[in-house]
Design a protein around this ligand. Structure first.
Ligand code: CP
Ligand code: NVA
Length: 330
């Protein structure tokens, strides 16, 4: 069956089957090649998109902007606090207004319910640029990066260390389950993903040839891994008051040289970024002063080491988002 995603929303990977995800990855590879050789690809000239951010961003915003402009589109960016949405105008009304002006809407914000409501009312494709629950555009970049580095997806062993019930933990479990990757969440039990989502992913993994494992044991979690992945310990939107307990529970799950040595010798290290691997940020310095920690979810040595592919991931955000824009707006 040929894949046609024209007019579709991109709200979470659960809404897409394996063939559709495969199609988006192949499309992204084509766009990456076109960009490399400098072939113009203004296939969506004459269209306009709006990027609505209720949380801050570097990669997602810039990827949507560059991808949109490379495809020939007009791009409007609305930063956190600069639109009427939420304070003076409901999501529903905002969706109806923006849907009359733009051909597509990107939304980064809080609950998944909000982006779903936006999509229900906009009448044009809506793309999720991160919610508290899911970060689907990041997944395409991560899958593309893994495939570039390992030559395949199916059958690989992938371990995620850290807060396994945040947007990244949830999304990576879904992405692996869809693509036949053996997924392990290595975290304290209190930070395991929700049982219903685990069950859904186990069902998906049965069809794709993957699996889903949850463990508190860092050695067992890292053993035999082809990919080691982590994310920050406190996500956007969470109060500063959770830092202390999160550090206490996640410190044993820091990805450092010892963890990488448990994994396969040719394992790669991945992170969606931004990362607290040193004290060169305001928050990094505050945490050092308060808790005496100079590196958090990943050691600086691993982050900057030869196994790290984090900047390839970051670049692939743009190529994969371009694929999503093209596939849904063509
Ligand atoms: N990985 C990611 O989404 O980065 P930004 O928060 O900078 O967009
Ligand atoms: N879990 C992180 C991901 C950032 C890309 C957050 O939500 O802040």
């Amino acid at each position: 069956m040929p894949v046609n995603l024209s007019g579709r929303n991109f709200l979470k990977l659960l809404d897409f089957n394996t063939a559709e995800i495969r199609y988006l990855l192949d499309l992204a590879k084509n766009f990456k090649d076109l960009k490399r050789v400098g072939t113009p690809h203004r296939y969506l000239a004459g269209k306009n998109i709006v990027l609505l951010f209720e949380k801050t961003s570097t990669r997602t915003r810039c990827s949507f902007e560059v991808a949109g402009m490379d495809l020939g589109m007009g791009v409007t960016y609305l930063d956190p606090g600069s639109s009427q949405m939420g304070k003076k105008e409901s999501i529903r009304d905002t969706a109806k207004v923006l849907g009359r002006m733009y051909d597509g809407i990107e939304y980064r914000g809080f609950s998944q319910k909000l982006v779903e409501e936006l999509a229900d009312n906009a009448g044009v494709p809506v793309w999720n640029g991160l919610t508290d629950d899911f970060h689907p555009t990041q997944m395409l970049a991560d899958l593309l990066t893994i495939e570039e580095k390992k030559g395949r997806l199916s059958g690989l062993h992938f371990t995620y260390f850290g807060d396994a019930r945040n947007n990244m933990g949830n999304s990576l479990m879904v992405a692996c389950a869809k693509m036949g990757i053996h997924f392990t969440a290595c975290a304290p039990e209190t930070l395991f993903p929700a049982p219903e989502l685990v069950e859904t992913c186990r069902q998906l993994a049965m069809q794709s040839g993957g699996s889903v494992t949850l463990t508190e044991d860092v050695h067992a979690g890292a053993a035999n891994a082809d990919v080691i992945y982590t994310d920050i310990w406190v996500s956007m939107g969470e109060p500063d008051s959770v830092w202390e307990s999160r550090i206490r529970s996640l410190q044993p799950y820091q990805v450092n040289r010892k963890i990488m040595e448990f994994a396969k010798p040719d394992a790669i290290f991945m992170h969606c970024l931004p990362s607290f691997h040193d004290t060169e940020t305001t928050i990094g310095r505050e945490i050092e002063q308060k808790f005496g920690l100079c590196e958090m979810e990943v050691s600086d040595e691993v982050f900057n080491g030869p196994q790290s592919v984090v900047f390839d991931q970051a670049e692939n955000r743009m190529h994969t988002i371009k694929a999503v824009l093209y596939a849904t707006l063509r």
